[in-house]
Design a binder for this molecule. Sequence first.
Ligand code: SAM
Length: 400
Amino acid sequence: MTDVTGVGVGSWRTRACELADNLTTDGAITGSLWREAFQNTPRHVFVPRFWALDKYNAPTYLIDGADPAHQAEWLDAVYSDQFLATQWTPQDGRRMITSSASLPTLVARMLHLLDVQDNDRVLEIGTGTGYNTALLCHRVGDTAVASVDIDPILVAEAQARLAQIGYRPQIAAGDGAQGLQQDTPYSRILSTCASPGVPTEWIIQLATEGKIVAPFIVGGALAVLTKTGPSEVSGRLNSEQAWFMPLRPADKPLPEGYLVDQPEPPPDQRQHHGTAEVDPGAFADPDFRLWLCLHLPADARIIDIVNNDFTRTGVIVHTTEHRATAEFPAGNTASPSLITQDERRLFDTVEAAWQAWQRWGRPDRSRVGITAHTDGTQNAWLDSPTSGMTWPLPTCPPPK
Ligand SMILES: C[S@@+](CC[C@H](N)C(=O)[O-])C[C@H]1O[C@@H](n2cnc3c(N)ncnc32)[C@H](O)[C@@H]1O
């Protein structure tokens, strides 16, 4: 017996069970209920084709399950622990991935963090292929699941795939930053796209003591937030990184300011030359990079300068208008780095952040938390909201 994509039913079940086994062995699936969901959800129905990627993660050619020449490769990829790019848009001469089936390990870990209970009503932000929606439908029943995606074509496709396996959750096209007004409150909100801060509507639409699991743009942060008051959510970052594509406005591949152009270096007379005592090795630590992002302006980007064997020889820190460059000492990390920066002196901020990071015991990301209110005020903090070490997060979206 074959299903509509031509895959033998026995064949996909065996593969889905193997995927569930591997995710259980890795510790990503922690209980029998999610294990059953992964075993019984045909990922190939939700990813009938995907884009092969080059070494820079740019889409190259389509691998279509309907093409006999690609079917074996397609099916192997669909039931392995791979993120699969399913849609891209040209932007600034590049192919920007605008939808994907997320990495199954990450899907499983986020579902675990969501701590779903039998009677929960769940809102998913970023329907994409519909695979994650199907897992949620298996766990709590399709009438308890709602999902929203900015792209109406993706929504229609996901709806049809979900119906094909017997699920009819509420799926809508719209901006997930506005949540989904119908049938609120939700006891769980799961976002599969990254936002700059906590959208106000998510807090409003969340039930008391409800939970949000969401990735944030800053440093690949993944937060688990609980509704701690009528107008407040609060919680900590998970120790794992989670890099997701950002929440974008309709008809735009990426939000404005997401791709920040590097400004040209100013003329030499406006440059400041100096040295800085920062351990170059720290730039390889994702938790230090997150810490840096919290200290730098919201539009700052940190770019590694690498040589041919990918050894990091320095970094560029820039915003739209300002730029600083650090050249690391060759082979001798005890020597200071050479700094060139314009009048904004972004690297002074990096150096101050480095000193604070050491003073606070090189905190990993699980010591960082977020508290957000419906009036739009939101902060990240270290250890507790009252530790004195806090950083404002961008309001998302601005309160009405
Ligand atoms: C990583 S994919 C989602 C993966 C999906 N959960 C799955 O299982 O296939 C991120 C999705 O977020 C959607 N998205 C981006 N901006 C959005 C927004 N403002 N509101 C809702 N969805 C958005 C994209 O269209 C994309 O489909």
